[in-house]
Design a protein around this ligand. Structure first.
Ligand SMILES: CC(=O)CC(=O)SCCNC(=O)CCNC(=O)[C@H](O)C(C)(C)COP(=O)(O)OP(=O)(O)OC[C@H]1O[C@@H](n2cnc3c(N)ncnc32)[C@H](O)[C@@H]1OP(=O)(O)O
Ligand SMILES: NC(=O)C1=CN([C@@H]2O[C@H](COP(=O)(O)OP(=O)(O)OC[C@H]3O[C@@H](n4cnc5c(N)ncnc54)[C@H](OP(=O)(O)O)[C@@H]3O)[C@@H](O)[C@H]2O)C=CC1
Length: 291
């Protein structure tokens, strides 16, 4: 199947990055969000991220202009109906995602492929609530989308090979690399990465180190590009907690117990960079550790 048009649900950090790379690869993109402000902020951010790519000779000014012209925004979810491929990138909450798919279904074309950028939630369960489980799969980008090479492709139990191949072709056209993952909680990357981040929060909670010593230990001692607490702030602490809960519930093993300190930060609304405060406070010129 030849995909030409892509509908993206959610204009947060993942939605805007997905729109960015899809438009540069030549797809016509329609992006939706419940908030007009979020859509406008996303367009501004895509524009400045592409401008940086122009200034570093990664893309031409013409390619940027063409890509920006390919991105339409709407607060009306059903405007995505005619798209060949839908990528849902709304908040990591199963009820939110289910409601989006339920509202979209009556407006889709029969051939439309439905995907979710979920970090952890069962693709099979999301698919089972739709009219097309064979045309449903996980399309999991990494953050920041324009920079990271990997896309995890996750088949649900019913996903057919035509759907998988069509999504794999999109990944190829983006110039990214696909990794196939089976549909178990948090798939591959987050099954491994998130317990490490959660352990870093336990290390902080138990006073083994402070924010700075934990992050520099992993940056300088294990050559990670970001410390685990800095990375947690970058991903979003609400998303990290949601993934840990899916691992804990889905695998029924106490080793995935979310750290109470992570829960406390989320309860405070300190979600990381997106709310200007998490393990670091981003409101000043340079990030300041909160512990
Ligand atoms: C939670 C999930 O479900 C799954 C996940 O995504 S897990 C998270 C996965 N991501 C990671 O682990 C990211 C770890 N961090 C990194 O790799 C790096 O710190 C980083 C790539 C984010 C930044 O790298 P850096 O060297 O510190 O900074 P910087 O020099 O500013 O950026 C490197 C390049 O990325 C670009 N870049 C950085 N952030 C960007 C963004 N948001 N959008 C577009 N481009 C961006 C920069 O322009 C720069 O480009 P050039 O090479 O052309 O100069
Ligand atoms: N952050 C990361 O590093 C990664 C995240 N993911 C996954 O991508 C998805 C999005 O994450 P991320 O971009 O970080 O989250 P954000 O919180 O940055 O963005 C989510 C966006 O979805 C919007 N939204 C919420 N409900 C709806 C709805 N019903 N219809 C349309 N839009 C809606 C939110 O609006 P509002 O703010 O108004 O609620 C917000 O703008 C999640 O499933 C996450 O697990 C995948 C890979 C990496």
């Amino acid at each position: 199947m030849d995909i030409k048009t892509v509908g993206i649900v959610g204009a947060g950090q993942m939605g805007n990055g997905i729109a960015h790379v899809m438009a540069l690869a030549g797809y016509d993109v329609t992006m939706t969000d419940i908030s007009e402000d979020a859509l406008q902020a996303a367009i501004k951010l895509i524009d400045s991220n592409m401008e940086r790519q122009v200034s570093r000779d990664k893309i031409t000014a013409e390619a940027k202009a063409d890509a920006m012209a390919r991105i339409a925004t709407t607060v009306t979810l059903t405007d995505l109906g005619p798209s060949d491929l839908i990528i849902e990138a709304a908040t990591e909450r199963e009820t939110v995602k289910q409601a989006i798919f339920e509202d979209l279904l009556p407006h889709l074309k029969p051939h439309t492929i439905l995907t979710s950028n979920t970090s952890s939630i069962s693709i099979t369960r999301l698919a089972s609530r739709t009219d097309r489980p064979e045309k449903f799969m996980g399309f999991h980008f990494m953050n920041p989308v324009p920079v990271m090479q990997l896309v995890e492709l996750i088949r649900g139990i019913a996903t057919d090979s035509e759907t998988y191949d069509a999504c794999k072709q999109v990944v190829d056209k983006l110039g990214k690399t696909a990794a196939s993952a089976e549909d178990f909680p948090a798939f591959i990357v987050n099954r491994i990465l998130m317990p490490m981040i959660n352990e870093a929060v336990y290390t902080l909670y138990e006073g083994v180190g402070n924010v700075q010593s934990i992050d520099s230990s992993m940056k300088l001692g294990a050559n990670h590009p970001m410390g685990p607490l800095e990375l947690a702030d970058f991903i979003g602490l609400d998303t990290c907690l949601a993934i840990m809960n899916v691992l804990h519930d889905g695998l029924a093993d106490t080793k995935y117990r979310p750290c109470p300190l992570l829960t406390k930060y989320v309860e405070a609304g300190w979600l990381g960079r997106k709310t200007q405060r998490g393990f670091y406070d981003y409101r000043g010129e340079t990030p300041v550790p909160t512990r």
